[in-house]
Design a binder for this molecule. Structure first.
Ligand code: C5P
Length: 207
């Protein structure tokens, strides 16, 4: 019997991070935010003055990534999300981050990302694919960035989101997509409480 892993995938600012955190609390499970791994690789590559299109250089950073150093506010900015999606297209970067994620998925846990249900933990008994319209996601992300003191217009955030959807969904290597056995959860018209309740019902049905 595979470990009780809850895979939470979906596009940027869909609410999947919140869903993962809430499910982790509800079931007492550790949570891995895999987006943070790609954000760290992108930002550390930029800080080292590397070209984000340089696959081998980015893969080296990924291979040396220390999970103890992920707690950096610089990984949560708008630029970090963009850098993350640029390094995330490289197969060598994805391969370098695979073991860490698979090791985590070997134990009961909640893991959120883009390819958890499809590549990292295809055997996960519970899979959610969290979505919302680009406009709703842009609004949420815009408010979040404002709260962090990042001055940016809603239109620019919406453009970022559309570009990221296209890059994450269109890449060759582990593109963002729902696993065949994932349950879709559209959060566009839901409050956080409603999303949490719906996510818990989906997980209960899979238990
Ligand atoms: O989830 P978050 O927005 O933090 O992810 C940042 C970027 O990292 C995504 O846009 C995507 O390109 C990449 N990513 C990925 N696979 C994952 C998680 C994130 O390619 N499992």
């Amino acid at each position: 019997k595979p470990p009780f892993v809850i895979a939470v995938d979906g596009p940027a600012a869909s609410g999947k991070g919140t869903v993962a955190t809430r499910l982790g609390e509800a079931y007492g499970l550790p949570v891995l935010d895999t987006g943070l791994l790609y954000r760290a690789v992108g930002v550390l590559a930029q800080r080292a003055g590397l070209d984000l299109d340089d696959e081998a250089a980015a893969a080296k950073i990924a291979a040396g990534l220390e999970t103890g150093l992920l707690d950096d506010p610089g990984f949560r900015t708008r630029g970090a999300g963009e850098a993350a999606s640029r390094v995330a297209v490289h197969p060598q970067v994805r391969a370098a981050l695979l073991k860490l994620q698979r090791d985590f998925a070997a134990h009961p846990s909640v893991i959120d990302g883009r390819d958890i249900g499809t590549v990292i933990a295809p055997q996960a008994p519970a899979k959610l694919y969290v979505t919302a319209t680009p406009e709703v996601r842009a609004e949420r992300r815009w408010k979040q960035l404002q709260g962090q003191g990042e001055a940016v217009s809603y239109e620019d955030v919406l453009a970022d989101i559309r570009k990221r959807d296209e890059r994450d969904g269109g890449r060759e290597s582990a593109p963002m997509r729902p696993a065949q056995d994932a349950v879709l959860l559209d959060t566009s018209e839901m409050t956080i409480e409603q999303v949490t309740d719906a996510a818990r019902r989906i997980v209960e049905a899979a238990r």
